[in-house]
Design a protein around this ligand. Sequence first.
Ligand code: NAD
Length: 368
Amino acid sequence: MNKSFNVSLLPGDGIGKEISAEASKVLEWFNQNSELKINLKEELVGGASIDKYGVPLTDETLKSISNCDAILLGAVGGPKWENLNFEKRPERGLLKIRKELDLFANFRPAIVFDALASSSTLKTEVIKNLDILIIRELTSGIYFGEPRGISQIDQNNKRGFNTLAYTTEEIKRIAEVAFEAADTRSKKLCSVDKANVLESTELWREVVTDVSKGYPDVKLSHMYVDNASMQLVRNPKQFDVIVTTNMFGDILSDCASMLTGSLGMLPSASIGAKKNNKCNAMYEPVHGSAPDIAGQGIANPLAMILSIAMMFKYSFLNLEYFNLINKVVNKILNNGYRTKDIFMEKNNLISTQEMGNLVIEELENEKI
Ligand code: NAD
């Protein structure tokens, strides 16, 4: 099995830089203490790239990251660049990476760590031991469909419009990813659509059902999105893997993420098909650049460190180190250490850097 990997690190803006510094320490620890050889190359994206080059992602950076094995990204954006026109904003850099590398499958796990079960706004018994995975289609659907725009109907009246369209191939490939994922977990897959009123998702249901014939061990169910949003809050543990369209996935995964109590704990992966040795995966925390706390050393670096765990699992196919990072994070939380976002009475309040150091300390305590 390959043990040497080229990883592009894109810290981005705001707290992205602070949490990336802690992520680098973790990757360096694996370099020093495991058989993995991770060649880390840092690049600019978002506001940091605008400040230096005038664009949120240069062609050179895109080319460079396209040739690596995986991308690890902090977060982009901030008030400094908010007034730029849409095409020039930091977030366009991120969207360009997703689109250019065709990262069509977005994995968003919502896992409740034991020690944090009481910090959710939901009752502890509803969310304790929650471990679900939402797989969102990321490069098609209503966010990309044409035609789109705002047209003038008459002097006082405009019309805003978008197009929701999916092809059989687009649905098939995300369904296959979801069935593969469900097959490695509890073999339960729920496909979420609005097939009763939207033809594009009527096709979605038809294709997902068709793909299911190739995965006889996985039990497939279908749910309308309005019901799914209600069920996610009522009884989230009824789900294991959910697969859905771009927009429904955007909304449902944010809802699911709040079941876990903090944005600072949530990693994600965006994965595409492996084509011509091009990079096919990007890992990043779900949260943004948090300008309100940037530069204060109080951001939670665990979402980014858990994103490294996902990289080990999905890009390096190394479950052992995926489990190791999760175990270490669990231990730190069980020992009562918390950054400000997850701090509760009687916990030990620590900084971004101290959390990173604790992860290294606990990794040292584990024999690998
Ligand atoms: P945000 O996720 O940055 O912050 C929301 C709230 O959560 C803030 O109060 C913030 O302090 C807190 N928070 C987020 N991450 C945290 C962490 N690791 N530790 C502790 N607290 C944390 O969302 P926002 O404020 O809506 O957006 C800020 C900027 O980030 C905007 O420019 C937005 O466009 C951008 N953004 C980028 C990404 C990305 O890069 N993937 C995602 C979302 C938003």
